[in-house]
Design a binder for this molecule. Sequence first.
Ligand code: FDP
Length: 339
Amino acid sequence: MDHAADAYRTDLMTITRFVLNEQSKYPESRGDFSILLSHIVLGCKFVCSCVNKAGLAKLIGLAGETNGEEQKKLDVLSNEVFVKALVSSSRTCILVSEEDEEAIFVESSKRGRYCVVFDPLDGSSNIDCGVSIGTIFGIYLMKDGGEPTLADVLQPGRNMIAAGYCMYGSSCTFVLSTGTGVNGFTLDPSLGEFILTHPDIKIPKKGKIYSVNEGNAKNWDGPTAKYVEKCKFPKDGSSPKSLRYIGSMVADVHRTLLYGGVFLYPADKKSPNGKLRVLYEVFPMSFLIEQAGGQSFTGKERALDLVPKKIHERSPIFLGSYDDVEEIIALYAAEEKKE
Ligand code: FDP
């Protein structure tokens, strides 16, 4: 292998090149989606740089304490970054952010056809200890060309036209699906570009890992408790599954996508709808998992069939390898038969 040539590869598939290639498959396309995505990618690079500096900033006051002003919290800052990036793309009409109680309706002079739902910095309780965190997003098209309304974002997840996340970890990884498979890109800091490093990601059909906050076990329902018991004490002669739980959804789902297994945040007696939010956690991750060949289930139905009634609605979620989620679906079906 010619290592010298390899160090200077000139055929890198950057995310910009990738999206333009995709766009060229649709001659009628006006490039609006590519422009929107480039603004999302810019937001991710900005947040990545803030996250990388977070520890230092605290230590030496890089980002704050000037003129007695408090340093902005990273999740608040990230939200501002994404709202500004999305509005300035002139391709969006409604934004729903985890950080904002109300949906943001973009003023008419800057309006486009896309609705973006996002969690600017998910897993924020992990910021101060340097654990991987991320941005999650999903994109809908407006239902029709009239004035935008909340109905444009209260659509089932299967209507999303794209979804993805960016993970700020040991490297910065951007994972995207536009409905034709899943592709992963890694930020090359020397180029400032995301490079295609994980083409056409497929989740293993069955996995060896389960991922859940077991501290809630005392309040779980029957099928969840039975499933986790099965993972630990399988009766079919198979090996027990390993438990991995980071407590940062992007990192837990990223591992599940690459290594297989299941990630669950079930309902419990204290939280009958679970914890995770439908629009900007459950839907985008379910979209990616299905596009990679896995399944995602709420305990009642396919997650992407859920029709949210409120923008910050929550839902239980079981997602991951096809065969593993199939077992969970069977346990819930058996429970329903009993009732
Ligand atoms: P966080 O509270 O740190 O923001 O929905 C947010 C989330 O993290 C997810 O990223 C994560 O999967 C989940 O909550 C962790 O919840 P528990 O602490 O209850 O396990």
